[in-house]
Ligand binder design. Sequence first.
Ligand SMILES: [Zn+2]
Length: 282
Amino acid sequence: MSKRLDSSILICPICKSSRLEINKNIICMDCNNKYEQHEGKYYFVKLEEGDIIDPLDKIKHFLKSFSVIYNFLIYLVSPVYTDRHLIKFINKHIEGKNIVALNLGSGSSNVSNNISNVDIFKYESVDLTCDISMLPLRDNSVDIILNVAVLEHVPNPEAVVNEINRVLKPNGLVYSFFPFMQGFHASPYDFSRRTFEGMKVLYKDFECIELRSSGGPTSGFLWAFQEWIAIVLSFGIKPLHSFIYILMMVITFPIKFLDIILIHHPMAKNLSSGFTYIGKKK
Ligand SMILES: [Zn+2]
């Protein structure tokens, strides 16, 4: 069970009014827009599975229904080497603390029972569905916000970062992973990548606590290599491309563990799978 989100911090995402009547439905008393509430979970958008069109994303979405298996498969065969940096952050700043913490774009995962999960899809573990570039939350109401491999899937990541800055309390923390060297992956869309320097620009309004490579240069190379093999050997046949791509993941994933060492190389950021930024609201 996830921690229940305190409904007193909710606002209307359309008109920003805090005058919400929360019963079975949520009704904005200023603009009359209606949203849904069910057992302490709040649904400000409804996106159906029919909105997903990419075949690989369909497989991912199906697997996400089995979150434990999905997360293990991702951890094991995905081309991206994942270390314990996020788990250490959660243990240090979130576990056992009396705070409001959110995971934006959580998918079906529940990384801590002390974090409220926010996503555009209504997975079982999700506490709040909304468009993360229009958070239905009051200014200065949240202590910590995570967003891991999410911002590449929104058309305007700057708008999301501005929203994070708005809803965080002063000195509140953001933990963000943004990919750099990763192939296209729809979930349901994929729009952008960021360099090491690009991360500083994106979070320019925050005080930087840490900026590091996450998933090293081998992860960056491996994803491109798997995709390249799938393109070369599939002769333009889409289902064959998906099959070879998944087969290549299963065969070549152990190579990524070279990043246990290479992630510490001073030039790792030239080819890193992505970057993690930890910042404090000024
Ligand atoms: Zn409203």
